[in-house]
Structures are given as C-alpha cells and as structure tokens.
Design a protein around this ligand. Sequence first.
Ligand code: DQA
Length: 146
Amino acid sequence: YSILVLHGPNLNLLGKREPNIYGSVTLDEINLLLAGEEEKLGVVVSFVQSNHEGILIDTIHQAWGKHQGIIINAGAYTHTSIAIRDALSAVKIPTVEVHLSNIYQREAFRHHSYIAPVAIGQISGFGAQSYRLGLYALVDHLKKLD
Ligand code: DQA
C-alpha cells in the first residue's frame, strides 16, 4: 500500500514548540520512525506538512488514485476545518486521525474534531507513537478490505 502522512499547521515546529505538551521529538524523527516500518508492514509512506488549509486540501485531492490510506494530524484545523473534512469525504480514502497530545485532556475547544466522523478511528495522546499506532491500525484495516 501507498500511505500518505499529512501533517498540518505548526507541526514543522515540533521539538521546539511547547515541548512540555508535544515532547522533544521533531517532525523528521516522526517521519523516520514511520519510514522504519515500511518493510515490516509492506507499505510505502509519503509525507507532506503544510501550514495552509488549502494546500492540505489540494494534497488530499491529489491522493485520489495514488494513495490507499491517509494518516492525518490536522493540528488546530482538526477543530475548525469543515473543508478538510469534506475533502476526506470526497476522496473516500480510508483515514486515521492522530494527535500527539491527548486532545480530551486539554482545553474544551480541542475536544471536538471535524475529522473524526469521516475517519476510521482516532489515536490521541501517545506522542510520536500515535502515528506509528495509527499506521498499524490503518494497514490492518486495509488488509481486511482485500
Ligand atoms: C495536535 C492537537 C491540536 O489541538 C493542536 O492544535 C495541534 C497539535 C496534536 O497533535 O496533539 O497543533 O493536533
């Protein structure tokens, strides 16, 4: 399978940004962690990070016919973006929503996700491991489809 990993706004600052909440791991390290699973899982993983809602949407559209699954950490757009949710609905690519922090332990405005209803499931609170667990869950789901 070809899997797209989409990182949303401010995630380029990981490692420097509020390490008490998000830890010291950088985005490159997360991507390396996932790339390290490729052989074992039999997948190829591609990575895109953008701070722009429209670019995230364009990237989701371009995934159509190219990627069989999506892992998305939409950052704060999780809580605001009907447009990203609609893009995911449109392409119908099985998607797992991930968050580094446990969004339910934080401010009330982070408790609602526009993405969750169109995702297979959500993994929140395990730092970089949220992505790895998400990748495992996504591949498991895809294998059951064929
Ligand atoms: C986040 C949680 C969001 O609420 C926040 O806006 C982020 C990161 C996470 O991975 O924990 O940017 O998605």
